[in-house]
Design a protein around this ligand. Structure first.
Ligand code: ADP
Ligand code: MG
Length: 785
């Protein structure tokens, strides 16, 4: 057993040096203390110059109050401070310093020089220190108001510490962190950081803002995503202010800039809580940027848990952390939903699509969440349904006759036209019509839509001919009766017949156009390019009427180019029912009110194809008077006896339409004979016929709702009423009828919408087109799972 060691009192210098080494562990700690001193001295501009990561040279120049000349001799002694005189003050201290240790500590481990001038002094004074004591006399010299503290050869006498800090660049990055943090927190104060004789690395202006300083220090990618956090809790005596990045920003290395009572500190519990909130939103292993400034009752904060005061403890920690967590969570959530709103309201002016298109053309990386399946036809869900349907049908009716496509169409349409006026209820109506159709329309598709030279000034005009039943002679009020005759086996034929658009012109323009439509998924249609070019199968009659030009102009003015962009490049996904459809554009899914879209489409069609509309000719003209009676009767409950006899009124109505017949035919392709019969309806869209059950009401409205006195209003209201009539879906609820309607929507209506439709801005707000999902948002959800 050896002798026990002799206990000796350590040399005071050694004690101080050890203490200093604990307080100042690296240059950044020293700088932090010096910056805090400058801020306490109410400086507005702080310039820091560094050599070799601060190990060789660290200078801080401020424009604060300066140090009194008579304090200079003791300023670097331990426990000398101007900020605290009683123990009780410790509890209420609101400045950075409080123990008068910083300068003393630094002077024990480095060569320290102070150059300072107060506003009252005539000149500046310079003093050097060693081990807390003045080294040599205080010299008067030239200098600005404020203080300049120079720290040279840090750790020159603590070699172990110096050896531990071998990388000046690492030390410099710590210095940058400290300066950046204080610059963001004290945005009113200008901060400059530069390496000796080199360019500045950080320079924030005086009276800047937090966001501006974040932009200067961290760049725009963080600054543009900043969301403000504000929280006050009187019971916890807590107030929080700060900025956090939205969920759009994520980075492998996150930043947590935390100030408690204006002191840059770390709080593991707050850091953990913040990370925990973001983990729900951000991709794995990425983090956010968070700057929080907490103000707590100084009584509740203990800063002395760590020698460098880097970590703090505070009362009610759990509750405070929970409050912060909730505040951040609700901010992110509200910004998430407002992002959805944002995209919705961006619909009109959205650049999203352009961004994607641009990125694609730039050849930049496209993330999976932005990828769009290009060929919807190869993968559509309903494709499988149809195959299944077909198989089922083939099995049930092996001798399906798919001979005449048009026959089927006409069969269907003629049953729709099945209006009988002789008061006799026809039981076998559908069968007869079927029969008649077979007899009368032994034509194929190309003949179905044909050019009818009779009666028309323009021989090229397309005429859609109904050679349907004689039964129209003995019409009956079967308007609302639904056609129950649709032979299910014909449905596929009907559909296939409609796919092949008849009379597709060899016109290259037309071919281009249809190519764009058919290959919808691969051809990008520039909405601006396409919306004014409408294609016609016949020679166009250019209208000279100003009223029509004005109405067209108003459509164009109301047109929302972003909606147009969406619709021009839409991919049809599915029909939900007769009134609603789902479409996709880029990475977004939209719900469309089909009826509203169709009405608007037809309204525009009438005005743009004014004087150029085709005809749907009824082989047997329908007596207008009878139709008016039907129309009035269907509104019987609203019938006012003062209006007189229904039949008399019908006669007058009929007279009015007859008197307008020339105009109706020339402009709207609505043909009324001199004898008061309706012989043709306008053809607005190939393969689309209106629901004839609504014809009587339409005719009544033509008389009652159309303003026949003023030209422009007349064309406007007439077009509107016709559009309403044509957009009304057949209320038939039979499964096959519904299928056929849905099929028409996909293959007739939506292609037309793609081609020419100019959606009005009102569609954005009224729910006609609603964005219901976005792939990138879904990705975020999946990433979290
Ligand atoms: P503390 O900050 O805890 O008071 P320091 O050792 O950091 O202790 O500073 C000692 C004193 O020196 C401060 O109380 C302050 O009066 C003065 N002082 C230090 N730096 C500055 C400065 N940049 N401007 C004005 N006074 C300063
Ligand atoms: Mg201090």
């Amino acid at each position: 057993m050896g002798e026990p060691g002799i206990i000796k009192k350590l040399d005071e210098e050694v004690v101080n040096r050890i203490a200093a080494g604990e307080i100042v562990q690296r240059p950044a700690n020293a700088l932090k203390e010096l910056i805090e001193n400058s801020l306490d001295a109410r400086s507005t501009n702080i310039i820091i110059t560094v050599k070799a990561g601060g190990l060789k040279y660290l200078q801080i120049q401020d424009n604060g109050t300066g140090i009194r000349h008579d304090n200079l001799d003791i300023v670097c002694e331990r426990f000398t401070t101007s900020k605290l005189s009683h123990y009780e003050d410790l509890q209420a201290i609101s400045t950075y310093g409080f123990r008068g240790e910083a300068l003393a500590s630094i002077s024990h481990i480095a060569h320290l020089t102070i150059l300072t001038k107060t506003a009252h002094d005539k000149c500046a004074y310079k003093a050097s220190y060693e081990n807390g004591k003045l080294k040599g006399p205080i010299k008067p010299c030239a200098g600005n108001n404020g203080t300049q503290i120079t720290v040279e050869d840090l750790f020159y006498n603590v070699l172990a510490r110096k050896r531990a800090l071998r990388s000046p660049s690492e030390e410099y990055s710590h210095i940058m962190e400290v300066v950046g943090g204080y610059a963001i927190h004290n945005s009113g104060v200008g901060f400059t950081l530069k390496k000796f004789a080199e360019n500045t690395d950080i320079k924030t202006p005086i009276k800047s803002t937090v966001i501006e300083n974040v932009r200067i220090i961290h760049g725009n990618s963080i600054a543009r995503e900043l969301l403000e956090i504000e929280l006050k809790d009187p019971t916890l005596k807590l107030s929080v202010h700060g900025y956090i990045t939205s969920v759009n920003y994520s980075h492998r290395k996150g930043t947590m800039l935390l100030f408690i009572n204006h002191r840059l500190v770390d709080s593991p519990s707050i850091r953990k809580a913040v990370d925990c909130v973001y983990a729900t939103y951000l991709p794995k292993n990425t983090h956010s940027y968070v700057y929080l400034s907490l103000e707590l009752d100084p009584k509740n904060v203990d800063v002395n848990v760590h020698p460098t005061k880097h970590e703090v403890q505070f009362l009610y920690e759990e509750q405070i952390v929970e409050k912060i967590k909730t505040a951040i969570e609700s901010k992110l959530l509200s910004c998430n939903s407002s992002r959805v709103m944002y995209t919705q309201s961006r619909l009109p002016g959205a650049t999203m699509v352009e961004e994607i298109v641009k990125r694609t053309t730039d050849g930049a990386k496209i993330y999976a969440k932005d990828l769009v399946r290009v060929d919807s036809d190869t993968q559509k869900i309903d494709k499988f349904f149809r195959v299944a349907d077909k198989l089922a049908k083939e099995n049930s009716s092996p001798q399906t006759d798919n001979k005449k496509d048009l026959t089927t169409i006409e069969k269907r349409d003629s049953t729709v036209v099945g209006i009988k006026l002789d008061g006799r209820k026809e039981i076998d109506r559908t069968n007869n019509l079927y029969h008649n159709a077979e007899q009368n329309m032994d034509v194929d598709m190309t003949e179905g839509i044909r050019t009818d030279n009779k009666n028309i000034e323009n021989p090229n005009k397309v005429r859609f001919v109904f050679e349907d039943s004689d039964h129209l002679n003995d019409l009956e009020t079967s308007i609302m009766e639904h056609d129950k005759s649709n032979d299910p086996k014909d449905l596929n034929d009907l559909e296939s017949s409609l796919i092949s658009e008849p009379n597709k012109a060899n016109d290259p323009k037309e071919t281009w156009k249809s190519a764009a439509v058919d290959n919808a998924n691969i051809t990008y249609i520039d909405p601006k390019e396409s919306f004014k070019t409408r294609t016609f199968k016949h020679e166009r009659v250019e209208t000279k009427l100003t009223s029509i030009k004005q109405l067209r102009l108003s459509i164009e003015n109301k047109c929302n180019m972003n909606l147009r962009e969406i619709l021009a490049n839409l991919i049809f996904i599915a029909c939900i029912d007769c009134h609603r459809s789902l479409i996709q554009h880029s990475t977004k899914l939209y719900l469309c009110d089909t009826t509203r879209l169709t009405e608007e489409l037809f309204y525009e069609t009438i005005l743009y194809d004014f004087q150029n509309l085709g005809l749907i000719r009824l082989s047997n003209p329908l007596p207008l008077e009878e139709l008016f009676v039907l129309g009035l009767r269907s509104q019987e409950e609203e019938w006012n006896p003062e209006l007189g006899d229904m039949r008399e009124l019908s006669q007058q109505m009929c007279k009015l339409l007859v008197s307008k017949r020339a105009m109706l035919l020339e402009y709207f392709s609505l043909e009324v004979t001199a004898q008061g019969e309706l012989s043709a309806l306008p053809l607005l869209l190939d393969n689309h016929t209106p629901f004839m059950g609504a014809l009587p009401i339409y005719l009544v409205r033509l008389v009652t709702e159309v303003n026949w006195d003023s030209e422009k209003e007349c064309f406007d209201t007439l077009s509107r009423q016709t559009a309403i009539f044509y957009s009304q879906p057949n209320p038939d609820t039979l499964e096959d009828a519904i299928k056929s309607k849905m099929w028409k929507q996909e293959h007739v209506i939506f292609p037309a919408i793609r081609r020419n439709f100019l959606p009005p801005t009102s569609f954005v707000g009224n729910g006609a087109i609603l964005q219901i999902a976005s792939l990138s948002d879904l990705y975020k959800v999946f990433e979290r799972c």
